[in-house]
Design a binder for this molecule. Structure first.
Ligand code: AMP
Length: 217
């Protein structure tokens, strides 16, 4: 099963990807995570991406398309994948169509995450991410989290704020989404398997909607 998530930053795509990945045995393909890893490892791709990410702008299409082409051809993607954060522009959507048809694959489900802009700003500005397991929580939950880090038993999660979640960058990221990504939503809304999801709700309710739409694992 191959799934596409489209939605603005802070709409919960990453959170839902992690849950669906476990439930359906899928690979989570987040281009944002791939770039953050590349930056941490100081690779050439990471160096190209960093400035754009810090400003809340999109990395050039050619860089993103090369990255996803390589990743999709890896053997683990054969079990099915969730695309989270790609495609974000018309050229990327066209490239994805070409890549999938060349591989004899299709998208089985396309979910558009719909969230009010005010909620996004608040969520992103208070978002904290664990450096080790990647789980995201809001700032006011950090102190009260009792359980250990799932990937580091015996220790608590090591939460930090992503540099592009800083209040001065958040507005720009939402603006870039509206101008560059919103136009491709129309294109995907006409494809089979498309569903618009009210992602203003609690993550458990959003997950319930996705699970029902996908049917049994
Ligand atoms: P995300 O973690 O999905 O919010 O992505 C973080 C940042 O990575 C974005 O603000 C962009 O700078 C960059 N990025 C991730 N995916 C893409 C993409 N498909 N196209 C262009 N830039 C991207």
């Amino acid at each position: 099963m191959n799934i596409l998530f489209i939605g603005p930053p802070g709409s919960g795509k990453g959170t839902q990807s992690k849950r669906l990945q476990d439930r359906f045995g899928l690979v989570h393909l987040s281009t944002g995570d791939m770039f953050r890893e590349a930056i941490a490892r100081q690779t050439a791709v990471g160096m190209k991406a960093k400035g754009f990410m810090d400003r809340g702008e999109y990395v050039p299409d050619s860089v993103v398309i090369d990255l996803i082409r390589d990743r999709l051809s890896a053997p683990d993607c054969k079990k099915g994948f969730i695309l989270d954060g790609f495609p974000r522009t018309e050229p990327q959507a066209e490239a994805l169509d070409g890549l999938l048809s060349g591989m004899g694959l299709k998208l089985d489900a396309i979910f558009q995450f719909d969230v009010a802009k005010g909620v996004l700003v608040e969520r992103l500005s208070s978002r904290r991410v664990c450096r080790v397991c990647g789980q995201t929580v809001s700032q006011d939950q950090v102190a009260s989290l009792a359980s250990d880090c799932p990937k580091n038993p015996g220790s608590k999660c090591d939460f930090y704020q992503r540099s592009d979640d800083a209040p001065e960058v958040v507005g720009r990221r939402i603006e870039v989404y509206e101008t560059q990504t919103s136009p491709i939503v129309g294109f995907y809304s006409r494809k089979p398997g498309f569903l618009k999801v009210d992602a203003d709700q609690h993550p458990d309710s959003v997950y319930g909607l996705l699970e029902r739409a996908l049917g049994p694992a």
